[in-house]
Design a protein around this ligand. Structure first.
Ligand code: ZN
Length: 420
């Protein structure tokens, strides 16, 4: 036994103790006995719940949080984000990702899906923070064939090099979008994904402009274009998917691909649409929730985004029964998206990935419906303890090395943005 959790309150089973060994919950029940010398986590007064999955983000963009808000999209990208990103080093990305990991741990995320530059900067940060992540180096070939070859070579190399990390780091292919990656390269990505059984993480149909351009250039809508390149499979997850019609949703359902909604980022960047939750859920399409990068959110707190997600769905559908708390909670905890490997359940045989939250918080009182409290009243600040792979990452809201991460990330962010 590596860790013993005592006196936790399980929403389905009441008071329980848990035995954890090798990163897995080996036993759960009343009155279990801790073995000698084992680390004991006393969870009296706290609920044990699954951790959350941040299924689409660009973690190191914490460095650009608040750097140019409320600007038109292209002006923001051209005068702020792209010039700052051009100066990024692997060390910057490492510290920016460490800062994101701090924030995600403090708000209950245990697993995130990243798409960014400087792969090893992100992977090392994941390794050092203790979280789980799908890590991918952005693929773009707008500059032509030479650039495409460079990225293909890089993918081969990174795929090999990922073996230097623990299995908490999962190599993921991350072609940026259909408008920044050529059909030929998308086909190469599809083949690589199939050959090595690697997930593919891509932005899709975030704006109407993307749909219109695709129709003009390729004569079909974005989902069909992706399918034409062999990229619509059960290994693919699509971030945003705001502007998708019924025929596209049918294709996504048939292919077994996963949709990731990013409601806060969509509203902040004013994409002019709402994720089609009801139409996707009707078709049993796997669904997950993401914050997107901190530059377009500007937080990485999935509890906040869960509430926003539920509210925008109800508001848009003019239907208070849309996006009920139970569904929203299942989506946020990964239970509706098997591709990310989180069950969203605390049971024997599952990975020891969980949160402890205080039940006596005012926002959690009274307990008419615990799940409603989680979806509509809780914030990330209620998370007291985070355990991933059987290891305590935060206890009593304390994370080891937190001061250093904050200081280093703030210094680097200032240096990157100062001269722009
Ligand atoms: Zn994004």
């Amino acid at each position: 036994m590596d860790l013993f959790v005592q006196n936790a309150w399980h929403p389905d089973h009441g008071q329980v103790d848990l035995e954890i060994e090798g990163g897995v919950i080996r036993a759960m029940g009343r009155h279990l006995v801790a073995s000698l010398d084992v680390q004991v986590l006393d969870a009296r007064g706290m609920a044990i719940i699954p951790g959350l999955v941040n299924a689409h983000t660009h973690a190191a963009m914490t460095l650009f949080r608040g750097f140019g808000d409320d600007m038109p999209l292209m002006q923001w990208l051209e005068t702020r984000i792209w010039p700052a990103e051009a100066k990024l080093t692997e060390e910057d990305v490492y510290w920016g990702t460490r800062l994101a990991c701090l924030e995600m741990i403090r708000s209950g995320a245990i697993n995130f899906q990243d798409m960014y530059w400087h792969y090893h900067g992100v992977a090392r940060a994941v390794e050092d923070s203790g979280l789980r992540a799908g890590v991918g180096a952005i693929f773009i070939d707008v500059a032509g064939k030479e650039q495409a070859e460079q990225f293909k070579q890089q993918a081969e190399t990174l795929w090999e090099e990922t073996s230097r990390y623990s299995d908490r780091v999962r190599y993921t292919l991350t072609p940026h979008a259909i408008y920044t990656v050529s059909p030929e390269t998308l086909r190469w990505v599809a083949e690589f994904s199939e050959k090595h059984n690697v997930p593919v993480h891509i932005h899709l149909s975030e704006t109407q402009h993307e749909v219109d351009t695709c129709l003009q250039q390729h004569g079909c809508r974005p989902t069909q274009h992706l399918a034409n390149q062999g990229l619509l499979t059960e290994r693919t997850f699509l971030a945003h998917a705001v502007h998708v019609d019924d025929a596209e949703l049918d294709m996504i359902a048939k292919a077994g691909a996963t949709l990731v909604t990013n409601p806060v980022s969509n509203m902040k960047l004013a994409v002019g649409g709402v994720f089609p939750l009801a139409r996707a859920a009707q078709r049993d399409i796997p669904i997950a929730l993401g914050t997107d990068g901190a530059a377009s959110n500007n937080a990485l707190d999935l509890f906040q985004d869960m509430k926003t997600f539920a509210l925008i769905q109800k508001h848009a559908d003019v239907d208070p029964t849309a996006a009920p708390a139970k569904l929203v909670w299942e989506i946020a905890s990964g239970a509706r998206a098997p591709i990310f490997g989180e069950s969203g359940r605390i049971e024997v045989g599952q990975a020891a990935d969980f949160l402890l939250i205080h039940r006596e918080n005012p926002e959690m009182t009274p307990e008419h419906c615990f799940t409603s409290n989680l979806a509509y009243a809780a914030t990330g600040h209620m998370v007291d303890t985070v355990v991933v792979d059987g290891r305590i990452l935060m206890r009593g809201r304390h994370i080891e090395g937190e001061q250093e991460v904050r200081r280093e990330a703030a210094l680097r962010a200032r240096a990157l943005c100062e001269a722009l």
